[in-house]
Design a protein around this ligand. Sequence first.
Ligand code: NAD
Length: 492
Amino acid sequence: MESSKNLQGDLESMRVFHRSGATKEISWRKSQLKGLLSFLEDNEVDIMKALKQDLGKHYIEAFRDEIGTLIKSLNLALKSLKTWMSPQKAKLPAIALLSTAELVSEPLGLVLIFSSWNFPIGLSLEPLIGALAAGNTVVLKPSELSPTCSSLLANTMPTYLDGKAVKVIQGGSDVGEQLLKHRWDKIFFTGSPRVAQIVMTAAAKFLTPVVLELGGKCPAVFDSLSSSWDREAAVKRILVGKFGTCAGQACITIDYVLVEKKFQPILVDLMMTITRQMFGDNPQESNCMARIVNKQNFLRLKNLLADPAVKSSIVYGGKIDEQNLFIEPTILVDPPFESELMTEEIFGPLLPIITLEKIEDSIEFIKLRPKPLAIYAFTKSKTLERRLISETSSGSVTFNDAIIQYAADAIPFGGVGESGMGRYHGKFSFDTFSHEKAVVRRSFFSDFWFRYPPWNDHKLQLFRVTYNYDYLGIVLVILGLKRARKSSHCSI
Ligand code: NAD
């Protein structure tokens, strides 16, 4: 990375550019969004190759989870930007008779985005779209663990964007720490809770607001579905969301499955059959499984499996190849709750199935653990659905599918509690990178004289009604006007 003095100078230039007001123009914002669109369209094959190189992702996964969702988000932002930027009218109480109010979104200034390696293009550009749509200048720090993607972002993407407003800085934790020494108007962080604490501590020094997109253990509740069609569809959706999504290295992947005792053997059987159908007898030969990102993460996963009690719970898979950073899709039944597999975020292609007496016990099971980023439930029971929504807390709840919520623009994406804070996607991204300024305009045409001293009891009554009612309040004010004017009685 450049010297700290140069960086300071660059950041100051970005601030000066922001202060010039250029980034507030809708034409400038659209030109940046169109630049990002062109970057994705012109470099689609290079992006797919980079994702293959860094993570062994199939090009379909690359399009489904990164390029495709980003193009969708960019098209939405381009189509909606004018509406998003328009001031929103707001209602005022009767005390402010003949006034208008609105919310005006303004850019925050210079923002910093940290992204993680598992969706290195998607998780860099999705917040970048929001930051640019909202008219900010941006420094993006992608992860050092996906170096091919990071260098594509650092070397190619800027040629499509305004260099005075967007900078991509490559590097590891040392570079991240350097960046955190500077003042930012917002920090948007995707990554682990450990580093999130470092980010939040550094942000506190400047009172910088943060968005933390973290992870955790996302459960899937599997109810006893009676139709074989439903069962198969549910199992396919679980397996593609786990083994077929960056080999389970995703924050919203299913970490473990909860199932009722009587239905467990049916589920396990079906899972084994469909895993084989999807990835073949030798999944390492299939090109549909991503690789573990690096040796350190591989060893972490290997270590999870090394626990003898965990090892003996494997019913499918379990083969690992350290040299090629490959781990087979692995299904485990009832590993010990106290094992690291069941206490830490797995982030890999290991899928524990936990057997419960009754499916309703899943609610207590989830409630006793940290609030997850996502809860999934495969059920046709409206009662279970209602109970899960009302009795548990998580970033999102999805019924009868997995991962799909990531692609939805109309609902916010983000965690709660230990799974994170803040939200984005669609208009939520625009709002996350904007300040909604409250603007009030009063008229001189009318005024309530009881707003001013000297005070009396009637004036208190008039305040009460004008704060609590709209037009009725105004009528009462007019009726009370005479008495209030004349009285000078104060009872307290
Ligand atoms: P990480 O915390 O190690 O790294 C995230 C970013 O922070 C990277 O850019 C990294 O270079 C930087 N960084 C690392 N150490 C730093 C330091 N000391 N100071 C400043 N910056 C530093 O996370 P990761 O391994 O890239 O990602 C895995 C985690 O991210 C998992 O826990 C996963 O659940 C979570 N995640 C969450 C989401 C989400 O959208 N909620 C998405 C993907 C991953």
